[in-house]
Design a protein around this ligand. Structure first.
Ligand code: BEZ
Length: 329
């Protein structure tokens, strides 16, 4: 005798079988919208375009990814809200806005944990850093797959800067992030939060005196033609996170979650692996400009690192752990 469950399955079968094959395929096809603050020519966008093609192939054509570059969907704070509600599926976003909401992430914005980009790549794959991603679904409603990175941060100024005193009271653009704001307050500057697409106008017309930035965005905007000095500080390794809305993630099968996590991890690891060679080339290009490039390590900033650690150590326990794991000589 046929069981009730088997009977129901038999009754359902003809309807399913009657669906044309292309309808079944269309049902399963899904477009993911991915928002970015960076412009189309940026390394991130190229990396993620290649990842989208890889995901499409690896999913047998079921998944496509459409990029929304240049902050078209809003700044990172707005995109994070969209991810939380599920209005946006994915983003590669700096840790700035997340550090505003999740104190422990502030550890990654601490000045002078690592000396160079090679060590920064190792740091972002260290279990201490990776462990910070586990709290994101609960804290900000997003799954954090893996770290990418912007690159090492430097300070560029319109005027010549020789000493820390030259930075006092200067309006230095920062990415809107509480730990970065605190560091620039500690060093006596006037941190001015501006999203990436807003910097060009503000620096060109002198509304700000300088910028906290990486080599790639400096070159893309030709800031070496506006600024007289770049303090070559490498003062922190600016991370980014490949994020997916936790609401959207929950709708996927375990196999599809693994597919997206796996392919994005490969893509962001490739991005980070390419950074040392990329930054070497970019620095060589900047050295051909008229901008003075002045090395400035932690000693340039007096006791700012100790002051920062006193403020952020209790809020971001991973900070002390990272300092211990990456001792500076
Ligand atoms: C910035 O805010 O400085 C930034 C953000 C994303 C990529 C590059 C730079």
């Amino acid at each position: 005798m046929t069981s009730p469950i088997a009977r129901r399955a038999l009754l359902a079968a003809p309807a399913a079988l009657a669906l044309p094959a292309n309808h079944a395929r269309a049902q399963a096809t899904r477009e993911f919208r991915l928002g970015l603050i960076t412009p189309p020519a940026h390394t991130w966008n190229q990396n993620l375009t290649a990842w989208g093609a890889r995901l499409r192939d690896a999913s047998g054509g079921r998944f496509t990814v459409t990029l929304f570059p240049s902050g078209q969907l809003g700044n990172e704070a707005t995109m994070l809200q969209q991810l939380q509600t599920g209005a946006l599926d994915m983003s590669l976003m700096t840790t700035s806005e997340i550090s505003n909401r999740v104190d422990p992430i502030g550890a990654l914005h601490a000045p002078f944990i690592v000396p160079d980009i090679q060590a920064a790549v190792r740091m972002l794959r260290h279990p201490i850093a990776l462990g910070l991603l586990n709290g994101l679904p609960q804290a900000v409603g997003c799954v954090g797959f893996r770290y990418g990175m912007v690159g090492m941060r430097q300070i560029l100024t319109r005027d010549v800067t020789n000493t820390l005193a030259d930075l006092r009271g200067k309006k230095i653009r920062i990415t809107p992030a509480a730990p970065t704001r605190d560091f620039f307050n500690i060093i006596g500057a006037a941190p001015t939060p501006l999203a990436l697409p807003q910097i060009f106008e503000a620096l060109s017309n002198g509304q700000i005196d300088g910028v906290d930035l990486d080599f790639e965005s400096t070159i893309n905007n030709r800031f070496q033609e506006i600024c007289r000095t770049m303090l070559l500080t490498n003062h922190f390794a600016f991370p980014a996170i490949g994020l997916m809305s936790a609401r959207v993630f929950a709708t996927l099968s375990p196999a599809d979650r693994d597919l997206i996590r796996g392919t994005m991890t490969e893509a962001l690891d490739a991005l980070c692996d390419s950074m040392p060679e990329r930054e070497e080339r970019q620095l060589a290009q900047l050295r051909t400009s008229n901008m003075q490039i002045r090395p400035a390590g932690p000693e340039f900033f007096g006791d700012a690192v100790a002051q920062f650690d006193r403020q952020w150590g209790p809020r971001a326990p991973a900070l002390a752990q990272l300092r211990a794991a990456f001792p500076r000589g």
